[in-house]
Design a binder for this molecule. Structure first.
Ligand SMILES: NC(=O)C1=CN([C@@H]2O[C@H](COP(=O)(O)OP(=O)(O)OC[C@H]3O[C@@H](n4cnc5c(N)ncnc54)[C@H](O)[C@@H]3O)[C@@H](O)[C@H]2O)C=CC1
Ligand code: BAL
Length: 502
């Protein structure tokens, strides 16, 4: 907190930053082959920020071939793990030195509150990179049990050239969730940031080369999903795609893979995450603070947002009173003001989508909020619904809208929690340990938090059940599974007669 600057200082920094715009390929910036650009704007003000290269299939081809060249000649993939670690640690140090600049870039490009960027997004990004860097020279391969005449080695090898397709809601943090383990494993990467938020990814690519990452290992192709994302997904020389974003686009990557080279695909997608509060939950103030954080943090633009509050009848009135009291503390305003908790939604198009859900709240009771301000701000909104079949309870809104559903019992709470196509995250609040753990087991979600809202931390795998996830996990040692493949080397120690060699 003491490290925060003033609003005036952030504004001055924003005005002075030299904004990147070109794609980053083979260690340097270059325009799109077509020369085309698109404008990225500050969603809080509508002001244009920079012209970004609108990459297409030709640019993706070049980026993939440079990544392949780098991978095959071993400049990174065969570097000693300790040397790879040092480069990533240097990158983390550079980012730490430029944390204010990165925070401002992230905030003006995405609409996120500077407070969040300074206290969560940027420090977490740096922490994630450090964590994976430190892991590089501590993971051992295996020797399998075999007869005395054999040695069976099980090695992890980097998967090769990977495409990393990013969302706009946590641009830098999702970059770190993916490049951390991918680069640690020795892969070369081609990153496709969301068109709305390319700036910090481009800046970090530049810093990575400054930190000593060889050219060609980390490339960034900017542009739209259709023009840059699809050619990456369909590319015949990309070995694997790791994607975070909507379930609809995630599905497309499976098609791209099936129709091209059967590249591996790991998908981290949407959620409609339940937050269960049972009658016996203790410390309702704390519960309410978690509920509000879960629903409104990052303006609800969060795949793990606790967007469905499933509350037992006996506690509902008291809880909702406290939820509203806490939510009132989440002030809406200029994202560069460090006292602001609710910034702008990422774009006018997304604002329209979220506003549409506010219009669709009929049939429910709006308990607070429900109004919009300017072209991209939405008030934290709490809507009580008649049941879990309401559209607001079924579709991912990705905005600051909390749906409340009353239930009569623990059993009904679990049934409603699981009554969704998604299965990313869930929370359960109760003083009864058996119910907490039984509930956590019964809920079909990749992460279940007990008496808190959260996503675990860097050491715990993150990903979804059902239509929230596919093929692997981010975070933890488990994230390295995505970016490595197992090779068995079977060594015969016997001589040709079958006797053991002396
Ligand atoms: N982490 C998450 O769970 C996220 C979920 N969403 C959800 O998705 C909704 C729509 O947001 P979008 O920005 O449209 O998400 P999206 O899933 O379409 O975009 C994510 C990434 O995929 C790329 N992409 C989009 N269309 C593509 C295509 N046809 N082929 C290849 N790549 C493509 C985008 O350029 C971006 O880099 C949001 O309202 C929200 O509900 C959005 C972002 C993150
Ligand atoms: N909450 C981190 C993952 C995501 O929202 O995409």
């Amino acid at each position: 907190m003491s490290d925060l600057l003033t609003k005036g200082e952030y504004e001055a920094l924003a005005a002075s930053i030299d904004l990147p715009g070109n794609a980053f390929i083979d260690g340097g910036f270059r325009p799109a082959l077509s020369g085309k650009t698109f404008t990225t704007t500050n969603p809080a003000t509508g002001a244009p920020l920079a012209e970004i290269a609108a990459c297409g299939a030709g640019d993706v081809d070049i980026a993939v071939s440079k990544a392949r060249e780098a991978f095959e000649d071993g400049r990174w993939s065969r570097l000693h793990p300790g040397a790879r670690k040092e480069v990533l640690l240097r990158l983390a140090r550079l980012m730490e030195r430029q944390r204010h600049e990165l925070s401002v870039l992230e905030s003006i490009d995405s609409g996120k509150p500077i407070y969040d960027c300074e206290t969560v997004d940027i420090p977490e990004t740096i922490h994630v990179l450090r964590w994976h860097a430190e892991l590089i020279d501590k993971i051992y391969d295996q020797v399998a049990p075999a007869s005395d005449d054999h040695i069976a080695l099980v090695l992890r090898e980097p998967v090769g050239v990977v495409g990393l397709v990013l969302p706009w809601n946590f641009p830098l943090l999702m970059l770190a969730w993916k490049i951390g383990p991918a680069l640690a494993a020795g892969c070369s990467v081609v990153v496709k940031p969301a068109a709305e938020t390319s700036l910090t990814t481009l800046r970090v690519a530049e810093m990575a080369v400054e930190a000593g990452l060889p050219p060609g290992v980390l490339n960034v192709v900017t542009g739209s999903g259709a023009e840059a994302g699809e050619p990456l997904g369909r590319h015949g020389d990309v070995d694997m795609i790791s994607f975070t974003g909507s379930t609809a686009t995630g599905r497309r990557f499976l098609t791209y893979s099936g129709e091209s080279n059967l590249k591996e695909v790991v998908l981290e997608m949407g959620g409609k995450n339940p937050c269960i509060v049972l009658d016996d939950a203790e410390d309702l103030d704390l519960v309410a603070a978690h509920v509000v954080q879960g629903a409104f943090w990052n303006m609800g633009e969060n795949c793990s947002a606790a967007s469905r509050l499933i509350v037992q009848k006996g506690i509902k009135a008291r809880l909702l009173e406290r939820v509203q009291a806490h939510a009132r503390e989440w002030n809406l305003g200029d994202p560069l003001d460090p006292s602001v908790r609710v910034g702008a939604l990422v774009s006018p198009a997304h604002f329209d989508k979220v506003s549409g859900y506010l219009d669709a709240a009929q049939g429910g009771t709006v308990l607070m909020g429900g109004r919009t301000h300017g072209g991209t701000h939405v008030e934290p909104t709490v809507v009580e619904l008649p049941g879990n079949d309401h559209r607001l309870a079924r579709e991912e809104i990705f905005g600051p809208v909390l749906s409340v559903i009353e239930v009569a019992s623990f059993e009904e709470a679990i049934r409603v929690a699981n009554d969704t196509d998604y299965g990313l995250a869930a929370s359960i609040f109760t003083a009864n340990v058996k119910r907490a753990l039984r509930g956590a087991r019964m809920i079909r979600a990749g992460t279940v938090t007990v008496n808190s809202f959260g996503e675990g931390d860097i050491s715990t795998p993150f990903g979804g059940y059902k239509q929230s996830g596919f093929g692997g996990r981010d975070n933890g040692v488990h994230a390295h599974d995505q970016y490595t493949q197992l090779k068995t080397i079977w060594v015969d120690l016997s001589d040709s007669s079958g006797d053991a060699v002396d």
